[in-house]
Design a protein around this ligand. Structure first.
Ligand code: ADP
Ligand code: MG
Length: 475
């Protein structure tokens, strides 16, 4: 049988639900746990002091009215705040708040825990010597939209990024979640958004931060009992760009704090831009509530650059550096360095270095020489096309058949096997794999991987086939 307090609280929730936006309800009321109702005191547990503060600021009137209606006019409300793990020995910190009181609730004496002192905000990005609160946005002036070459591989994300920069916090792309393999331009694009916002709206507080740096800052803040300052600092930001959020995996404390920051910014129509090496569905070690928020806006991926884009990038870079290289040579580089923008850039830089150091002209010969060495030293990642070719060869079927609509078992299975190897042997996202193998979506690829894993366990012949295909792929 449900406890009295639970019954009462669920009645309250019904009323609250009708009076606040769905997202707010989910964020701020679902996590509350009713603990006890005795002597007209309802005790509810909230996850953090920040939560308590926020409810006090935003929802106390509603809460008061609701409690009066459901429990009666003499009701009192007490919060139990789950203490952060760093304060180990302390009992849960309790704030007693008489709901009947005429004085504003926030003025009631509150027992203040150690890490909840109101100090001046410690701003980890503050520029010393400047009096006015000023956040250095941590932007690299080279990473502009102008310098970010557009191509089929990035058109959607680029234009979404641009839309966000034009109207931060006002588009449906909040958060904008950019994902893709290493060297495909996530950092560049995230920064470009920041630079564009700063150009258009100099007064907006923009901050680019790598998730790793956020993590370290947070740990430091916790150690120094500045956790709340840390949170307050991040809550002031208008456009927050967090790069490489995959680093939050398995870091529960950081995820929790980021969750609060995210909610606060999102509710105040501040813009969030997140990047990651994986799509939200593929991120492991992340709390579900955080993942579901990542999917609120738009998630879009940067794909491997196509030949045309690679040429454009090379031209842009040579032009920017004021160097002339024959078209034919650029084409040679673009057709041999294919996997990502960073390697493409690297190839160009070593070619320039070679030519300067040895005082040689940039000739086709020099380019070939250098590229050969480069390609040899970085064993190329197996391509999706190659996997499909090998799998189809093994089953003696034409490659095109993987894209056909047929439900024939052998073909479906071959496609699943190709997807499985694409997932385990390449860095492509599920979406990219699905798109290239049969024009399917990420869920189909996920399902394929599960099916193949199951069959490996249960079907000996299947397992042997797979071993053989793997051998051929590695040859
Ligand atoms: P990621 O963060 O995804 O690993 P980066 O943003 O660091 O990749 O990009 C790697 C390099 O490639 C950077 O020097 C960046 O300027 C360059 N780059 C990436 N995408 C583009 C593009 N579309 N146009 C021009 N340069 C690009
Ligand atoms: Mg990066």
């Amino acid at each position: 049988m449900a406890k009295m307090c639970e019954k009462v609280w669920s009645k309250c929730l019904e009323i609250i639900k009708d009076n606040v936006p769905k997202n707010s309800y989910k964020t701020w009321f679902e996590p509350i746990i009713p603990l006890d109702l005795e002597d007209n005191i309802l005790i509810i547990q909230v996850p953090s002091t920040f939560f308590y503060e926020f409810i006090e600021e935003q929802f106390i009137d509603l809460l008061k009215k609701t409690l009066h209606k459901v429990i009666g006019p003499d009701v009192k409300l007490e919060y139990h705040v789950v203490m952060e793990h760093n304060v180990s020995s302390e009992k849960p910190y309790t704030v007693k708040i008489p709901a009947k009181d005429k004085t504003p609730l926030s003025n009631t004496p509150v027992q203040v825990p150690l890490d909840f002192e109101r100090k001046s905000i410690v701003n980890p990005f503050i520029i010393p010597g400047i009096k006015k609160l000023h956040v250095d946005p941590q932007l690299n002036p080279d990473y502009t939209f102008d310098n970010f070459v557009e191509g089929d591989c990035n058109r959607l994300v680029r234009s979404a990024g641009y839309a966000v920069a034009e109207n931060p916090g006002k588009t449906a792309f909040n958060p904008l979640f950019i994902y893709g393999g290493s060297g495909l331009g996530k950092t560049h694009l995230g920064q470009a958004i920041g630079i564009e916002v700063k150009t258009r709206y100099p007064e907006k507080v923009v901050l680019y931060v790598n998730a790793n740096k956020f993590l370290t800052q947070y740990m430091e803040a916790t150690r120094n009992n500045n956790r709340n300052d840390f949170i307050h600092f991040y809550q002031m930001i208008d456009v927050l760009i967090v790069d490489d959020v995959q680093y939050f995996a398995k870091k529960d404390g950081t995820q929790e704090v980021f969750f609060h920051i995210f909610n606060h910014l999102h509710q105040h129509n501040k813009q969030l831009v997140l990047t990651s090496d994986k799509a939200p569905v593929e991120l492991s070690g992340m709390e579900q509530r955080l993942l579901s928020r990542f999917k609120w806006g738009l998630s879009a991926d940067l794909q491997e650059p196509d030949f045309e884009t690679r040429i454009k990038v090379l031209k842009k870079k040579t032009y920017k550096d004021g160097i002339e290289i024959e078209e034919e040579i650029l084409e040679y580089i673009a057709s041999h360095v294919t996997s990502n923008m960073r390697e493409l850039e690297g190839a160009l830089i070593s070619l320039l270095a070679q030519s300067t150091l040895n005082k040689k002209e940039i000739t086709m010969e020099l380019a070939k020489d250098m590229i050969d060495k480069l390609v040899k030293s970085t064993r190329r990642e197996i391509s999706l096309d190659y996997i499909q070719k090998i799998v189809c060869n093994y089953f003696s079927m034409p490659v095109e058949i993987l894209s056909s609509k047929t439900r024939k078992r052998e073909i479906v299975q071959a496609r699943q096997i190709a997807m499985f190897f694409a997932k385990s042997m390449t860095k492509n996202s599920l979406a990219a794999i699905g798109a290239s193998i049969g024009g399917k979506d990420h869920a189909t690829v996920l399902h394929a991987c599960k099916t193949v894993n199951n069959l490996i366990e249960t079907d000996k012949k299947f397992k042997k086939d797979l071993k053989e295909i793997e051998k051929r792929l590695n040859m």
